[in-house]
Design a protein around this ligand. Sequence first.
Ligand code: NA7
Length: 543
Amino acid sequence: MSERISGTPQGSAPDLDVLVIGAGFAGLYQLHRLRRLGYRARIIEAGDDVGGTWYWNRYPGARCDIESVEYSYSFDPELQQEWDWSERYAAQPELLSYARHVADRYGLREDITFGTRVERLDWDDDAYRWTVTTDDGTSRTARYVIAATGCLSVPSRPVFEGLEDFAGEVYWTSGWPHDGVDLAGKRVAVIGTGSSGLQTITAIAPVVAELTVFQRTPSFAVPAHNGPNEERLAEARKHYPEIREYSRMSRTGFRCPESQRTLTETGAEEVRREFDTRWADGGLCFSSAFKDVLRDARANEIAAEYVRARIRAKVRDPELAEKLSPRTYPIASKRMCVDTGYFEVYNQDHVSLVDLNEQPVRRITARGIVTGGAGHERTYDCDVIVLATGFDAMTGALNAMEIRGDGRTLREKWEHGPRTYLGLMSAGFPNLFMVTGPQSPSVLSNMMTSVEYHVDWITRALEYLREHGLHRMEAAPEAEDNWVNTTNDLADLTLMPQAASWYMGANIPGKQRVFMPFIGGVGTYRQIGDGVAVAHYHGFELA
Ligand code: NA7
């Protein structure tokens, strides 16, 4: 059972019942639920429009790696019946249109403040409320704050010496100009070969004069087999309720046949057949082909070698194929990419690859990028530099704010890694909820499934508090300790912690290396979350 502590809020009523930070898919749905229930709620959003990730990341080829009929809201049967997804995997413009449509359809804009960034949150433990200060110098008070700030919303922008001296154009994929960029006929350099880099490279290769890719770590990629979506959409429209039900109880939050077989106990021919089938289907289900791929190094290597063989079959130059083949981390321990002809790009004469392990970036000059060691320097002249260097994932947006609870800041508390109970709240920070926070399935799942679950869970908790005349909710430290240990223990059963991934915080200098998401699966997590709610918010202190 939850622990009840006595106390009543002092002073006048706060300006808002609930302040939501962020108008991405999480914030929009959260606002919609709160408004329907009569809460005085408002979103504060840094961008000038809704859409979150899909508002900022407008680089060429930006596309979701989860199928559109899955990466969409399920809360309103009418919405899911009326929206047309034109492609199997939706591109950024379509996802942004969808977010705008949702904002307009439910009249959400009137309760969103755009172009305003939350800078600090101060908890008042007498009045049971947060004071939220924004970058325009104003403050609002709210009984509850819900951080719908996204898992990949703070770009990581490593320092490249001399970048400011470059005479050409510089673009970050995470902040691409809204009017687009004309790259036709230009010599373009791309640094970074994660999903953003792969998608950009594939999209711009046909139009640029020269393309030089600077790769530090190659990515494993499975084909998307993207294309028109009529049939899939028609089928989904007939079966949405079953599809959603399946996804909610699945491991990944989307339809993906979960194998109960272990690779190491399956014959080589059958293994090949299973991988071939999944490769032909396309998408991220490839890594769920056998249940030991992420647990057993031998199984993992067989899966990895299957993908490397595919790369060798696509890239004509064997030396280049080898450079594009990942060998330094287990397959799927870094987020796999879903590609649409990425490797084939390198068969074109105007595309070349620079392996930064052989020739690290020294500096950038007015002309271009200089690589190599002393005496072996080489300059790659270019007109445009595109940087696709990733994000300060999962904790970045929360730590970017000065969040002062009952004593220290969240940043101080999380210095050695995030600590949460269920990825929903952190002890010492009452009435502050996180949507898809660290130690929840979040980035290991279809974000839409996880976003909807968290919004529903938080809304149900607020309703419980209201019905019981309660005003304060906080994660209990012991429950949080147990949960952090559970998530770490589960991750340690897998190969995931072996990679220098953003799941581990390894892409940010100085960031504590700890596996941040909950790896136990969406369905399991849901059962735990539901159980906690049914048990009157076991592990939370209510007042
Ligand atoms: P990622 O997946 O973090 O990729 C960033 C890429 O940038 C990756 O290849 C990095 O190499 C590279 N990188 C980062 N810093 C540097 C420096 N200093 N020099 C050279 N190369 C660098 O981010 P994405 O935006 O592509 O994708 C994020 C997620 O969005 C994706 O997983 C999907 O879920 C959607 P590294 O691997 O660190 O050696």
